[in-house]
Design a protein around this ligand. Structure first.
Ligand code: PEP
Length: 255
């Protein structure tokens, strides 16, 4: 089963609109015609429109970092799936550990977002992953299973084909501590098996599972060589054109 690799950049709360456009112009010039790796950039809401315009005509796709599940209404400061679609976003990161930790996103709320995103034809990049304490207490797989099952409740088989899952051990995000290939592959294989149970093996084998957590050009090749690691969700390494382009190249070379 061949799954096309996917490299997604999560720019978090970085870059003004002008800075974002400069970065994406460099990316488009370097890898904007990539066809053997799917590329997604997820700027902050304020840069979605300018980045979307800069991506026009390239193969790089636009994603958002979060959304609210309601279609519209009195939710000050929030953004709906429809608003994202109107700016030509096609992906949305949901359940990132920073949202869970700092903004109280629960599994149930993440699930509402996943369902609303799918309904609006946005592809969720659903993030799951354990804390250091959870890993050390041996509950990694249990935590990942709970987040995945709760986050995907009510998703139909038909909708499931549009999912991307990101395994992001919380202790590896922005810390420079990367999971070993064995640690990452173990969880990725477990996630794939679980997806197979939820949606059938054919879909489980088709869905892409990204690794996220201090992935950089120097460690990407060995992670991407693992059978169930289908790409990366990149934070720090996505903020500079050269490292992001090198990550795309590493994904291409791993095909
Ligand atoms: C992330 O926040 O999704 C992430 C993986 O960050 P970093 O690459 O900086 O660890």
């Amino acid at each position: 089963m061949i799954r096309k690799k996917l490299i997604a950049g999560n720019w978090k709360m970085n870059k003004t609109s002008g800075e974002a456009t400069n970065l994406v112009s460099d990316l488009v010039a370097a890898v904007g015609r990539s066809s053997d790796v799917d590329i997604v950039v997820c700027p902050s809401f304020t840069s979605l429109e300018s980045v979307g315009k800069a991506l026009d005509g390239s193969s790089v796709k636009l994603g958002a970092q979060n959304m609210h599940p309601a279609r519209s209404g009195a939710y000050t400061g929030e953004v709906s799936a429809e608003m994202l679609r109107s700016l030509f976003a096609s992906f949305v990161i949901l359940g990132h550990s920073e949202r869970r930790t700092y903004f109280g996103d629960t599994d149930a709320f993440v699930n509402e977002k996943v369902l609303a995103a799918l309904k609006s034809e946005l592809k969720p990049i659903l993030c799951v992953g354990e804390t250091l304490a959870e890993r050390e207490s041996g509950s990694t797989l249990k935590v990942v299973q709970t987040q995945l099952e709760a986050g995907l409740e009510g998703v139909t088989k038909e909708q499931a084909a549009n999912l991307v899952i990101a395994y992001e051990p919380v202790w590896a995000i922005g810390t420079g501590k990367v999971a070993t290939t064995d640690q990452a592959q173990e969880v990725h294989a477990f996630i794939r098996e679980l997806l197979g149970k939820l949606f059938g093996a054919a879909i489980g084998n088709k869905l892409r599972i990204l690794y996220g957590g201090s992935m950089e050009p120097a460690n990407a090749a060995e992670l991407l060589a693992e059978p169930d690691i289908d790409g990366g969700l990149i934070g720090g390494g996505a903020l500079e054109a050269r490292s992001f382009v090198d990550l795309v190249k590493a994904a291409s070379a791993s095909n």
